[in-house]
Design a protein around this ligand. Structure first.
Ligand SMILES: CC(C)(COP(=O)(O)OP(=O)(O)OC[C@H]1O[C@@H](n2cnc3c(N)ncnc32)[C@H](O)[C@@H]1OP(=O)(O)O)[C@@H](O)C(=O)NCCC(=O)NCCS
Length: 307
């Protein structure tokens, strides 16, 4: 049986971090994940403004051998909650015994009828599908080369705005999508208080419409990543993209990485699950709420705990 724990300040975050490092192993491709696998990261991540996370774990003689976490977020305007499933891991010596499946089932019971979503890697996708999850959205990473890096421009620093300036832009959503709510508390927690990543908010206005784009550096500052963009109009969206490009170039990056929604599955048709995926696609799976609501959760890269 999986034990179910509501995360509290007494949770042993060092145990979680040590276990994650052991389960994931270490190779250079995973170095970004490895950088995050520290106690302070879980101590931050498991206390978002919507409340503490749930942790399902299995133990053998008191030693953790499997775990999965569910982190809550406020979605839409009606006070509902969606839970991000993350930190899926089983000790290499205890795999293929159904421990992941059991931890996931325990979390499913803990959160009742709420929506659940996950950005899984390839190893856990079949287990999620077996538990009733389906591909909801495919975010495709596009790379824009920026040419030879010039001198780092002070202008890049001057362009950045505080998250408070961006709040109006975050409330603009012409598509009226159903998404994780960008409340001031959420923005402060997600981008202002991340213990290991630094983010920059860029604010633009075009034709009276505001935009905000959140960016960060990757690969020792050689790449810039657009984490999320909110815009009141198509023109304003173009201005936001241009602001991200100028910031990346001005801060010495060689390439700008951003995502397009390659596929969003908005109804019962599960064609997105069968569509061909590219190795660098970021795939979001969801388990819809048991009430059978078909309104799809609209996600951006910033909803993913790994960026
Ligand atoms: C992904 C991961 C958590 C799966 O953990 P697990 O505990 O082995 O998962 P399960 O045992 O529930 O399922 C794994 C497989 O064993 C099979 N299985 C389950 N119980 C079994 C049993 N009693 N006998 C034989 N096979 C069994 C399942 O059908 C499943 O098969 P599949 O891979 O073909 O879908 C594990 O591989 C892992 O920790 N990987 C490294 C970390 C990682 O990448 N995590 C994902 C992050 S998104």
């Amino acid at each position: 049986m999986a034990e179910l724990i509501r995360i509290s300040p007494e949770t042993d975050f060092e145990e979680v971090a040590t276990f994650q490092r052991r389960a994931f192993g270490h190779d250079w491709l995973k170095s970004e994940r490895r950088r995050l696998q520290r106690a302070e990261y879980y101590q931050w991540k498991y206390f978002p403004p919507a409340g503490p996370a749930w942790l399902a774990a299995a133990r053998s003689q008191r030693t953790m051998i499997a775990m999965v976490a569910a982190v809550p977020f406020a979605v839409g305007e009606g006070g509902s909650t969606a839970w991000q499933i993350c930190d899926i891991a089983t000790d290499p010596q205890f795999r293929s015994r159904g421990l992941f499946a059991r931890c996931l089932a325990a979390l499913g019971e803990a959160v009742g009828n709420d929506r659940m979503f996950c950005f899984p890697n390839r190893q856990s996708r079949s287990g999620l599908a077996r538990a009733g999850y389906a591909v909801r959205t495919v975010l495709r990473i596009q790379a824009q080369p920026l040419g030879p890096a010039g001198r780092r421009l002070e202008a890049a620093r001057a362009m950045s705005a505080s998250l408070a300036v961006c709040e109006t832009a975050f409330r603009v959503d012409p598509g009226r999508h159903f998404h994780v709510r960008r409340s001031p508390d959420f923005l402060d927690w997600r981008y202002g208080r991340h213990p290991l990543n630094r983010y920059v908010a860029l604010h633009t206005e075009e034709g009276g419409a505001e935009s905000c784009v959140i960016v960060r550096h990757l690969l020792n500052g050689r790449a810039a990543l657009v984490v999320e963009t909110w815009s009141g109009s198509e023109d304003a969206m173009g201005a936001a993209r241009e602001a991200a490009r100028r910031w990346a170039k001005g801060s010495g990056c060689w390439v700008l990485l951003a995502t397009d929604v390659a596929r969003a599955n908005t109804g019962p048709n599960k064609s997105a699950a069968r569509a061909r995926l590219l190795p660098w696609d970021v795939v979001c799976y969801t388990r819809e709420d048991a009430a059978g609501t078909t309104e799809g959760l609209h996600v951006q890269l910033g909803d993913w705990d790994a960026v």
